[in-house]
Write a protein that binds this ligand. Structure first.
Ligand code: C2E
Ligand code: MG
Ligand code: MG
Length: 568
């Protein structure tokens, strides 16, 4: 703290509250070289000054005997105000009784009148300020043990304190992330991953010397930088990137950064970094950009996101979320046979109309709200299977999407079992789709969960296979029942020989694992026929149907029931 204040020529601010001009002048003379001193003539005037949220005071020196509002009344009001109560108050008095009373009321210390020697007053003021800053900062663990950068909590607290002295100076919020960091851990080992992080932290610290700032590390591979506004954040990031390339010659490390420039000081520090992170996320996997800025477009998007987050509970309550079903057909048994369905959520928003899952699922995954949505879908899916079963006397198993966040929920299994129980269903009537990218997050936890679920009878489908980065090694250790091939292979397979080769490869992997393949995104007869020839068993796609509401889906069940009757 001290370093930052000194290197930025900042002065802490002290409020002197005294009705006598001569006292204000004496204190002003003692304090003005070290502090920025602001004066108030009585309690009411002082409260007026303290109302300004943009100006933070490090300490209040308070006279007790004043007209209008005296020191005791002022102290009572201050200590009952959430924002002001942490500002330490030193009372100035000549009476012993008043000293005790004010300390009981929350004053931090007292100075006797007539005044002591100037050095004594200055020392007391310094000590109380230091004590108060340390206690608020000590609450948060200071350092990240791996890199020596600050911890996130400490970092945010630090920003608040810095801005208490200097609320109006332009600053930038920068988020730096290592692209596919988990792959570095996986391929080169954790030790190498750690040394990449340490190296980045060192480079950031080096940079901070010239741009006057502080930094922390969070979520393993993400760094937050707080600095004076610079006109060349790109230069800084380029420099760090070039140094990294030099340091790790045998495997390239790619970083990307999101910058929220000239931050709005009314936005709390945590939210400023959410904004910078949003900019950073926008260029994930975009190899043409290393730096992205928070701009008007992202601002509008963040407002839209806030609205979605705000509306989620009422959407669940009012059933604005609607579950659609898309059929999956078996294609290798002479005729196209209805095998199952996938439950896919839609949001019929009362003001904004139909919202597709692509717009809100990633958002809710990023903040954990996905669990509410998934739970809703799981219940609706179970209720629908039961309804169809009662009406048509056949089970159409439904697969539901399980987000990677759900995997970490220790109640996942119980929750699903309860949902099935309350609808009189068993796990073999229900399938779980887990997207491939979840597999690379925390493979150990995932294996444990999947083993438990399979032991209970659930079937597990690996969704969007080919979009993530799971290694063959991981595939062979993670038990799955079905591979769902990523849609992009099917989309391009007829006009691009590379995609066709990849489809062949997926088929081979599935054969090796001894599991069937579901091809998603099948839109044409040509695609279907090609996949049929290649031995693909199950097809899901617009060729058969788009996802439709449960009532509409019944047409497929009716047809299937009729065909089965004819075959019997
Ligand atoms: P997904 O699980 O891979 O679902 C398949 C997506 O492909 C669906 O998009 C479906 O409408 C679309 N699709 C199916 N056949 C075709 C086709 O022939 N052509 C084209 N172009 N698209 C086809 P949708 O419904 O927009 O869902 C997108 C993603 O959102 C899903 O991908 C899934 O990851 C997620 N999602 C949807 N519902 C839920 C849910 O209830 N929970 C969770 N966690 N995620 C969900
Ligand atoms: Mg799916
Ligand atoms: Mg999929």
């Amino acid at each position: 703290m001290e370093n930052f204040i000194k290197s930025n020529d900042l002065k802490r601010r002290v409020l002197v509250v005294d009705d006598e001009l001569i006292n204000r002048e004496i204190l002003g003379n003692i304090l003005a070289t070290t502090y920025e001193v602001v004066y108030a003539e009585d309690g009411a005037h002082a409260l007026e000054l303290l109302k300004d949220r943009n100006v933070r005071y490090s300490l209040i020196l308070l006279d007790l005997l004043m007209p209008n509002m005296d020191g005791f009344e002022f102290l009572t009001m201050c200590k009952s105000d959430e924002r002001l109560k942490s500002v330490p108050v030193i009372v100035m008095t000549s009476e012993k009784d008043a000293e005790v009373k004010s300390i009981k009321m929350g004053a931090a210390d007292f100075i006797t009148k007539p005044y002591d020697m100037p050095e004594v007053i200055l020392a007391r003021v310094e000590r109380i300020i230091e004590l108060s800053e340390n206690t608020s900062i000590i609450k948060h663990a200071e350092k990240d043990t791996l890199t020596g950068l600050y911890s996130k909590d400490f970092f945010f607290e630090y920003i608040r304190q810095i801005e208490a002295y200097d609320p109006n100076k332009s600053t930038d919020a920068i988020v730096i992330n290592v692209e596919h960091f988990h792959l570095i851990n996986e391929i080169y080992g954790r030790g190498e991953g750690d040394s990449v992080l340490i190296q980045i932290a060192d480079l950031i610290l080096e940079t901070l010397k010239s741009i006057h700032g502080i930094a922390c590390r969070t979520d393993a591979d993400t760094f937050y930088v707080y600095s004076r506004h610079t006109n060349n954040p790109e230069e800084i990031i380029n420099q760090i990137s070039a140094d990294l390339t030099r340091a790790f010659k045998d495997h390239p490390i790619r970083i990307r950064a999101g910058v929220y420039e000239n931050v709005d000081k009314d936005v709390i520090p945590e939210n400023r970094y959410d904004r910078a992170k949003m900019a950073c996320d926008r260029i994930r996997d975009d190899y043409t950009h290393m730096v992205s800025y928070y701009n008007k477009e992202l601002h509008e998007k963040s407002i839209y996101f806030e609205k979605l987050i705000h509306d989620i509970d009422s959407a669940i309550e009012n059933k604005d979320f609607v579950v659609y079903f898309q059929p999956k057909y078996g294609i290798q048994q002479g005729r196209y046979k209805l095998r199952s369905a996938e439950a896919l959520i839609r949001w019929k928003h009362p003001e904004m109309g139909m919202i597709s899952p692509g717009d809100f699922i990633p958002l809710f995954e990023s903040n954990g709200l996905i669990q509410k949505v998934d739970n809703y879908v799981w219940c609706e899916a179970a209720r629908t299977i039961k309804q169809w079963k009662d009406k048509y006397n056949i089970t159409v198993p439904v697969s539901v999407n399980v987000s990677r966040i759900d995997i970490y929920d220790p109640n996942l299994e119980n929750n699903l079992i309860n949902i099935l129980d309350s609808n009189g269903l068993t796990p073999n009537e229900y399938m779980l789709e887990i997207t491939e990218s979840a597999y690379s997050d925390n493979a150990d936890r995932l294996i444990e969960v999947i083993n438990n679920m399979r032991a209970k009878g659930f079937k597990i489908e690996m969704d969007d296979f080919g979009s993530g980065y799971s290694s063959l090694n991981m595939l062979t250790t993670i038990p799955i029942d079905v591979l769902k091939m990523d849609m992009k292979f099917v989309k391009n397979m007829l006009n691009d020989s590379k995609s066709l080769k990849l489809v062949t490869l997926v088929m081979d992997i599935a054969k090796f694992l001894n599991v069937p393949v579901v091809a998603e995104g099948v839109e044409s007869k040509e695609q279907l026929d090609t996949l049929h020839e290649m031995g693909c068993e199950i097809i899901q796609g617009f060729y058969f149907s788009r996802p439709v509401p449960a009532e509409e889906f019944e047409a497929f069940i009716q047809k299937e029931v009729e065909l089965r009757k004819e075959e019997a």
